[in-house]
Design a protein around this ligand. Structure first.
Ligand code: PLP
Length: 393
């Protein structure tokens, strides 16, 4: 089936966070990470069938759910997962919070790599732990890892966990095997448990390959917890479902207990139907969605090169979230976000929310119809051109 990603589905007035947080009738939202595309038809059909049943009681996760996850990761990522490694949960962020709580004491430290997905901060800090950042190196419009600094920080006995974002939101990096091996080797040596958030693993472009952390070596498989979900891949965030992969039996017992204590292990019948249909029958849709998003990225790059060449659009190796360096404007990202919203009625994510080194950036969600993206970019251009000309808004 050929999907039409140009088609605009009205989301305003449908309880969408992305479209309804602001009161502007003509708002163009290029922020929060969900897509404006309708889901793959087999997912819609599976959900419709579940709705038709009309009885929505508590659900027991059935065998085909696990098999769908196992087959998908085997086929797309060469990650051989066993059913007993899988723990269904209501989301990656609830799982992260439960894991931090389970594997730290108040006052412990958790390692992350800023700039990074903002919920990592809340999951750590709400558990009375301290964020320690191995800041990514930003040089010549590219992000890389400072391994010496990583080793130094990982060697602190107070550091109990490393939360890896792979692929990385918002830097758009798909980490290479060599990078992951080095991080893993350091974590093993210093006994820092790795939580690998791989929620964006299926959204990878241009010859880049996502390497599941658990495939690097048997030691790292046993020394890590991997978070995967169909929510970004198939635009199912509202179904609230993820699976957590824990291969080591002792570690799994602790993780399972943590999920029970935090009451996050019971998923809905719609989550089961949606995830299963997505992984079993969503591949055709995903491949077309990826091609469309890639073309959106090239469109955005072309637009910026032509109209706002002072801004730097970073390479998009993975995710549908484009990181744009606006340092040339000389204005903080919060102020930029505010101006874009109030003057342009276009909503973006401001860099500052992702931690250190991000105050010159904005993050643009390009998983929308090209005409919406084009309209958003025209408004961005209008606001930023005025700023670049030194004009007052
Ligand atoms: C890196 C990362 N992890 C987790 C999430 C959210 O996961 P969930 O909706 O399953 O809690 C997001 C959403 O953007 C994300 O970017």
């Amino acid at each position: 089936m050929i999907y039409d990603f140009d088609k605009i589905i009205v989301r305003r007035g449908t309880d969408s966070v992305k479209w309804n947080q602001q009161d502007y009738e003509d708002l163009i939202p290029l922020w929060v990470a969900d897509m404006d595309f309708p889901a793959a038809q087999p997912i819609v059909d599976a959900l419709a069938q579940r709705v038709q049943h009309a009885v929505y009681g508590y659900a027991k996760v059935p065998e085909p759910f696990y098999q769908a996850v196992i087959n998908w990761f085997s086929r797309r990522h060469h990650f051989t997962i066993q059913q007993e490694w899988l723990l269904p949960v209501i989301g990656v962020v609830p799982a992260l919070s439960a894991l931090v709580k389970a594997f730290t004491e108040p006052g412990d430290k958790v390692l992350i790599q800023e700039p990074v997905y903002h919920c990592f901060f809340s999951s750590i800090e709400r558990n009375q732990c301290e964020v320690v950042s191995n800041d990514l190196i930003y040089r010549d419009g590219q992000y890389g890892i400072d391994f010496e600094d990583f080793e130094y920080k990982a060697s602190d006995p107070k550091v109990k966990l490393f939360i890896l974002c792979s692929p990385h939101n918002p830097a758009g990096r798909v980490w290479t095997r060599a990078e992951l091996e080095r991080l893993g080797e350091i974590c093993l040596r210093h006994q820092v448990l790795v939580i690998s958030d791989e929620i964006h693993c299926d959204l990878v472009f241009d010859g880049h390959t996502h390497i599941p952390f658990g495939t690097i070596s048997p030691e790292l498989l046993a020394h890590s917890i991997t978070c995967i979900a169909p929510s970004k891949t198939f635009n199912l965030a509202g179904l609230q479902v993820a699976t957590i992969v824990v291969a080591d039996p002792e570690l799994k017992k602790k993780v399972q207990q943590a999920f029970l204590v935090n009451e996050i292990a019971s998923i809905s019948p719609f989550a089961i139907a949606g995830l299963t249909a997505a992984y079993d029958e969503g591949e055709e849709w995903l491949d077309q969605a990826l091609a469309y998003i890639r073309a959106n990225y090239l469109y955005l790059k072309g637009f910026m090169a032509e109209h706002l060449p002072a801004l730097q659009v970073l390479p998009l190796e993975g995710t549908y979230l484009v990181w744009v360096d606006c340092a040339a404007l000389g204005i903080s990202s919060r102020k930029l976000g505010e101006l874009l919203l109030t003057e342009g009625h276009v909503q973006v994510n401001v860099g500052a929310m992702y931690g250190k080194g991000s105050n010159d950036f904005i993050r643009l969600n390009i998983a929308c119809s090209r005409s919406v993206l084009a309209a958003g970019l025209r408004r961005l251009k209008a606001v930023f051109s005025t700023l670049l000309q030194g004009g007052k808004l």
